[in-house]
Design a protein around this ligand. Structure first.
Ligand SMILES: Nc1nc2c(ncn2[C@@H]2O[C@H](COP(=O)(O)OP(=O)(O)OP(=O)(O)O)[C@@H](O)[C@H]2O)c(=O)[nH]1
Length: 415
């Protein structure tokens, strides 16, 4: 026979809180029960109504469980908020069952202190909620693929950026909306080499077919064995930014009046071509063009009239050039053309054609009267020993000077 003493000692030392309640009053409580209720002496608990320690918000639920009659019931574990003797809130995972105690109907209430667990769960819930909020509202698109490039997860940002529902994309490879094979391969290569990419440029096609510029920041993910398991990262729509960048680039390199390359842009492009010409022992030709007696046109038809002439002149010259030629306005009424892979004869033919086309133009003044324009052109090519583009510019300028001083409306080859 196991003695009452044994059971009493078991009751007192068990780690779970346990108490016996008779008619709603706590008649017995073990050490763990005193501890969870913050009591140092048993009389802080014994003799008190059990409801004194139950949080008002959980009181009804608790009474429903404790006020059952009969001996054939048991309340499954459920969480309750308690208020300990100091008024501090605790969380108890409690179950209860009817027993006979000292020949009376009583209830054995047992419980585990879940306060720390509940706090952790609350922290977790809050951080999950914050994360969700961030994830749902993120303008960028979060994505994760497996090693084969199949999308495992994609954030709701994809609705805005690509016009797809996340479910339409998950389970598919990126091919359908990331069609530039070259972009994709370049990004994969960079990720495989460096493990990550930041602000990697590319383009994607939206569900409505519109192509957008994107920027991708991603990294490779590896499984526990260190084997490549896919890619994870974000991409964002940078179409607006790219458009602005292109516009800024255009403004910085274009002459606003004539819409051709400005001085800086022309010289940069020409310098670049000059250097590669030197490397490959190729030939280039430089045409320096200067409108004849333009001051008189300005004086007669005003600055705006002069501007119209400059614009039409630039359009006329551009029509005579190939895509590989570079045409720019050096300033005022001085222009420059750089021809690639042209012989002296071909270059002179182009220059002569430009001169003739300009001469053929008819301009109309505000009164409807017609007037003419001519242009003088100095031409040169690259010589052995030319170290800088400036040498060609100097020679073309000299040839132009000769053209001007031999009657204008002429093409002169530097010799
Ligand atoms: N309308 C207009 N005129 C300009 C612009 N830039 C320079 N000019 C004018 O171009 C004229 C150039 O005159 P000059 O350098 O004396 O030469 P020119 O009259 O063309 O005579 P030659 O070159 O000797 O044939 C000046 O009157 C400048 O004011 C411009 O952007 N718009």
């Amino acid at each position: 026979m196991v003695s009452d003493l044994f059971y009493r000692s078991l009751f007192d030392t068990m780690p779970a809180a346990a108490s016996i309640v008779v008619d709603g009053v706590i008649v017995l409580a073990n050490a763990a029960c005193l501890q969870i209720l913050g009591a140092t002496q048993s009389d802080q608990i014994i003799g008190h109504l059990v409801t004194e320690f139950i949080h008002p918000l959980d009181l009804n639920r608790s009474l429903t469980r404790l006020n059952k009659t009969g001996s054939d019931w048991a309340n499954a574990p459920s969480q309750f908020r308690l208020r300990d003797v100091h008024g501090e809130m605790k969380m108890l995972l409690s179950s209860s069952t009817p027993i006979r105690y000292q020949e009376q109907d009583a209830i054995l209430v047992t419980g585990m202190d879940m306060t720390a667990h509940a706090e952790m769960a609350e922290q977790l819930r809050l951080s999950e909620m914050n994360f969700r909020r961030l994830f749902e509202n993120m303008q960028d698109v979060y994505y994760r693929t497996d090693a084969k490039g199949v999308v495992q997860m994609v954030g709701p940002g994809v609705r805005n950026v690509l016009g797809y529902e996340p479910a339409e994309i998950a389970g598919k490879t990126a091919e359908s909306y990331y069609p530039q094979a070259a972009d994709r391969d370049a990004m994969k290569k960079a990720i495989m080499e460096d493990g990550k990419v930041a602000d990697f440029p590319g383009q994607m096609v939206r569900k409505d077919g519109r192509v957008i510029d994107i920027s991708i920041t991603s990294r490779a993910i590896y499984d526990d064995a260190g084997v490549f398991a896919g890619i994870e990262g974000i991409y964002r729509d940078v179409t607006q930014r790219k458009m602005m960048e292109r516009e800024l680039q255009r403004l910085a390199t274009t002459d606003p009046l004539t819409n051709i390359a400005n001085r800086r842009s022309f010289l940069e492009q020409a310098e670049h071509i000059f250097k590669s010409t030197q490397r490959y022992h190729d030939s280039i030709t430089l045409l320096m063009l200067d409108l004849d007696l333009f001051k008189a046109i300005n004086d007669k038809y005003g600055h705006l009239g002069g501007d119209k002439v400059l614009t039409r002149f630039a359009q006329t010259v551009a029509l005579e050039l190939r895509d590989s030629d570079v045409f720019g306005r050096l300033g005022g009424e001085e222009f420059c053309v750089l021809l690639q892979h042209a012989s002296q004869e071909e270059a002179m033919t182009v220059a002569e054609r430009i001169r003739t086309r300009v001469q053929e133009l008819d301009f109309e003044d505000p009164d409807g009267a017609l007037f003419k324009l001519t242009v003088s052109i100095g031409v040169t090519t690259n010589f052995e020993g030319d170290e800088r583009l400036a040498k060609l510019l100097e020679r073309a300028d000299k040839a132009l000077y000769t053209a001007k001083h031999s009657g204008r409306n002429k093409v002169v080859w530097f010799s």
